[in-house]
Design a protein around this ligand. Structure first.
Ligand code: 6CS
Length: 338
């Protein structure tokens, strides 16, 4: 009898052990991002989730903007391993990874969609150098991707840096972006995203910059009157995993994640075609009196001239490591220029 019970217990223990890997393999992974589910980062996250869930037993739980705090909060949670994935834009990564500020040297990225997409896909600076730098900070960089041309919204017309004199322009909390707007003649004011609408409404700030889809979805047009296209930048963002988590996965799971991120990247590049134009139409339908200015090449020149000063500031802030990234960045851009 005793022997039978022992045998039964051994059998149960064996069965339980056999089941453990199957149970622990079906994990729920948490993924936070800085925008709402219908914004570009949400569209990326949704595709990522669909791909992971279709190709593995794992589940992805999505946390859009606001559910877990501001951008800085979700990055802390990802570094602590509370979140497995985080989408954070280099605009908020400046203090952690100073080299990522290279994305705020004005007039560096190409304006045309195909060159821009090719750059993000093929750039050695992004796919090798930044991958290593993010890894040194406990993050597995999966993809960097563009979110659209950045436009400035203000309460009055802007044609030259002189028009930005004394204008408080909200920027993401990024030291080089502060320098860029100083060089553009404004008074830059770094703030988290949650303070932007209210700040404009109460006139604590009088301007901000963002891609058009975001100006539309966050209704920033309600609290500003002019959209100006300076042609100075495209909004870059980055999706990454906690590195200890990623390194601890099987090769098979790592491959599922890498492929899901690549599929989301391809999807987002397609999704963005015409997005700015459609968003602008929606803004004008909601507020026909909104003024849209596209600066002429002549008007842009004064802003372009300021870029050299910002580039020099970037090298001051980041030293040899930043200089090397910038050089590689320029080589990569050269390789995709039409
Ligand atoms: O300006 C910002 O703070 C934000 N802009 C975009 C397009 N995405 C996330 C970020 O919070």
């Amino acid at each position: 009898m005793k022997t039978n019970r022992t045998a039964l217990r051994s059998l149960c223990a064996f069965a339980a052990m056999a089941m453990v890997p199957a149970i622990s393999q079906a994990d729920t992974w948490r993924y936070a991002f800085e925008e709402s589910i219908t914004d570009v980062q949400g569209v990326f996250a949704t595709r990522f989730k669909e791909e992971v869930e279709a190709n593995s037993d794992h589940e992805i739980q999505l946390f859009p903007y606001g559910t877990l705090g501001e951008s800085a909060d979700i990055m802390e949670q990802a570094q602590a391993g509370i979140l497995q994935f985080v989408n954070q834009s280099p605009g908020f990564t400046g203090a952690l990874i100073p080299e990522a500020q290279v994305f705020f040297v004005p007039y560096l990225l190409p304006e045309d969609h195909d060159s821009l997409s090719a750059f993000f896909s093929q750039s050695k600076a992004i796919n090798e150098d930044f991958k290593r730098i993010y890894a040194d900070n406990g993050l597995e960089l999966l993809n960097m991707y563009p979110e659209g041309e950045v436009a400035l919204t203000t309460k009055h017309e802007v044609h030259s840096p002189a028009d930005l004199d004394q204008v408080k322009v909200r920027v993401m909390t990024n030291p080089l972006l502060v320098e860029a707007y100083k060089a553009f003649g404004a008074t830059p004011t770094p703030l988290p995203w949650g303070e932007v609408y209210g700040g404009l409404q109460t006139n604590i700030i009088q301007g901000q910059e963002n891609p058009v889809f975001y100006i539309e979805s966050a209704k920033i047009y309600e609290v500003t009157d002019v959209i100006t296209f300076l042609g100075h930048n495209n909004f870059t963002t980055a999706i990454m995993a906690n590195k200890d988590f990623f390194d601890g996965l099987s090769e098979e799971d790592q491959a599922v994640i890498t492929a899901a991120s690549q599929s989301a990247f391809d999807h987002i590049i397609e999704y963005q075609k015409g997005l700015s134009e459609q968003s602008l139409e929606k803004i004008l339908a909601a507020k026909p009196e909104m003024k849209v200015l596209t600066l002429s090449e002549e008007e842009r020149q004064a802003f372009r001239d300021a870029a050299a000063e910002v580039e020099a500031k970037f090298i001051d802030m980041t030293g040899d490591s930043g200089k090397a990234i910038l050089e590689q960045f320029k080589k990569d851009l050269e390789a995709v220029s039409p």
